[in-house]
Design a protein around this ligand. Structure first.
Ligand SMILES: C[C@](O)(C(=O)O)[C@H](CC(=O)O)C(=O)O
Length: 546
């Protein structure tokens, strides 16, 4: 292949024009809430020379429209986790969006299932999104073919589901590093996802088991992760002047009433998920923004690791750790200062902290010494775990600070709070709404959580999704309930079939109509029988009866 003819001046002029078009796209109403640490010139330099557009952008536009409509009316989308196309073909009848849960993928879409430790290959969830989006497109195609092969006078009698429900997918923690996060993001966009969520958990330390505890990463690492996602979206964003816009714009406007400025700049959406409220550890103290929430020992005891090593029987980490924590007098540094100072002295200490947005631990120690006249004994090394993690004091304030740090990179915010109280939900969303008016929020429910024990009244439980919707929580999900549903239906059918055979089949299924009207392989429409006929007619030259 001969080398490209390169007229440098022409090449540079085209590049500069592309930079200008990206800058224009970033000024659109759709992107007004986003702030990038990199320039449009950087993005232009990272793009291919062949302009590309992705259906992911179209689905993201649709989702953006749906969620902002809910925001405007104080309502919400209620969806649930899925990995199966048959399930998705039914979800579209009552849900607006589909959620591809990492936990479900880790249970049913991998060679070795397991509890949701986000330990599966990074391309697992993108591949499930691809499978589901293709099935949605197929159902859309077969339904459309049936409609347009039915005379207009009879078309009103046909089903007309919107199979193209935008997919929201679980990107977990980005799977370990800059390039894996970028590659996974690219795979999600290519698969047709509308939005992904990414959290601030440490790779390999999601651990739902009580024994080892969940671990978060420093705020700085969380910001880098989400910046990598936003950068990859920008690299793949529709390219102005590629000639594809008019088609995209006309389709998006006709189908989703999306305005021109949005479709030009529309790209996949990012939901910034923050898990610190459920974490016991943090991997590093490198970021001073995290220092107020690190736990240290106020008693000069042997370290936790030496207590574990000294255990004579097989160590039960949780018991040893809990016993050690009681002996070590674990508190944050500010709490240690408070318990060593008078009310007046503590006021001086906090007023000095208030002079700066972030005060690193070394300066906190210095200020405390000046106020107290002596060092405060407080050691964050003693509680470190066998894997070197520092102990963490989860608070809603931490979640507010982290969610605020990354909000300019994302379109939606999700505070993952395993054991919410109404006050914690109100505290978080009120603070964020004050900082980011009209912010879109997501929320996920933990299947076994006892809301009554948490102090919610029956009325509050019954209307919780509406209470949250009024706070701007426009997308709410039951991530893993379908595992129970599928187990229940499958076990019941298997028992009946085994015990009653064909008598049951005919009586329970066919004659009583359990399958009548239900989508399934027995239905020509749903199974695509008519679509195959449509192909055959086209091939044989017989036009559809339009
Ligand atoms: C929402 C979630 O990310 C998921 O994978 O579905 C999980 C759900 C779960 O494992 O309970 C999570 O919240 O981490």
């Amino acid at each position: 292949m001969p080398a490209l003819e390169t007229d440098i001046a022409t090449e540079q002029a085209a590049f500069d024009a592309e930079v200008a078009s990206i800058e224009q796209a970033w000024k659109s109403p759709r992107q007004a809430h986003l702030k990038r640490p990199y320039s449009a010139r950087t993005i232009a330099g990272l793009r291919n020379s062949i302009p590309q557009t992705y259906v992911s952008s179209t689905m993201a536009d649709k989702l953006w429209g749906q969620l902002n409509e809910h925001r405007k009316h104080g309502t919400c989308e209620l969806t649930y986790g899925a990995t199966d196309p048959i399930q998705v073909s039914q979800m579209v009848k009552h849900q607006q969006t589909i959620y591809v849960s990492g936990s479900l993928c880790g249970t049913s879409e991998v060679s070795t299932p397991g509890r949701d430790a986000a330990d599966y290959p990074w391309d697992t969830v993108p591949k499930v999104v691809d499978k589901i989006f293709r099935s949605q497109m197929w159902h859309d195609q077969r339904q459309r073919q049936q409609r347009f092969s039915t005379p207009e006078s009879k078309r009103g009698e046909l089903e007309n589901w919107d199979y193209l429900a935008p997919i929201v997918a679980d990107a977990d923690m980005g799977f370990g590093g800059l390039t894996s996060t970028i590659k996974m993001t690219k795979a999600f966009v290519e698969a047709g996802v509308a939005m992904i969520h990414m959290d601030d958990l440490a790779t390999g330390m999601k651990r739902f088991s009580m024994g080892m505890g969940r671990t978060t990463v420093p705020t700085s690492e969380y910001v880098s992760r989400l910046t990598a996602v936003r950068m990859q979206f920008d690299i793949m964003g529709p390219k102005l002047g590629s000639g594809a816009e008019p088609v995209l714009f006309i389709f998006a406007f006709w189908r989703y009433q999306v305005r021109e400025a949005d479709i030009y700049s529309a790209t996949t959406m990012l939901m910034c998920r923050c898990d610190t409220a459920t974490c016991e550890f943090i991997t590093s103290v490198i970021d001073p923004r995290d220092h107020p929430y690190i736990l240290g020992a106020t008693k000069d005891v042997p370290s936790l690791t030496s207590a574990i090593s000294a255990a004579t029987t097989t160590p039960d980490y949780q018991w040893i750790r809990n016993t050690w924590k009681e002996s070590a007098g674990l508190v944050t540094f500010d709490e240690a200062v408070k318990s060593n100072t008078s009310e007046e002295q503590y006021k001086v200490y906090t007023s000095k902290l208030a002079e700066k947005e972030v005060t690193p631990m070394s300066q906190r120690r210095q200020i405390a010494k000046e106020v107290l006249g002596k060092d405060v004994f407080w050691d964050w090394e003693l509680p470190r775990s066998l894997e070197g993690q520092y102990m963490w004091a989860p608070t809603i304030q931490t979640v507010i600070e982290r969610a605020s740090a990354v909000a300019p990179l994302g379109d939606v915010t999700w505070a993952r709070i395993d054991a919410p109280t109404l006050s914690s939900l109100t505290e978080f969303h009120s603070a964020m709404n004050a900082l980011f008016p009209n912010r879109l929020f997501g929320f996920g429910y933990v299947a076994g959580y006892d809301f009554s024990k948490a102090g919610f009244s029956e009325e509050e439980i019954k209307h919780l999704h509406k209470i949250l919707a009024k706070m701007g929580v426009v997308w709410q999900v039951q991530p893993v309930w379908v595992t129970g549903a599928l187990s229940d239906v499958t076990e019941k059918f298997g028992k009946m079939w085994q015990e009653k055979g064909m008598g049951m089949w005919v009586r329970e299924y066919q004659r009583t109509g359990w399958l009548k009207g239900v989508d399934g392989a027995h239905k020509l429409e749903w199974s695509g029988g008519y679509l195959a006929d449509g192909f055959a007619e086209a091939v044989s030259g017989r036009d559809m009866a339009l």
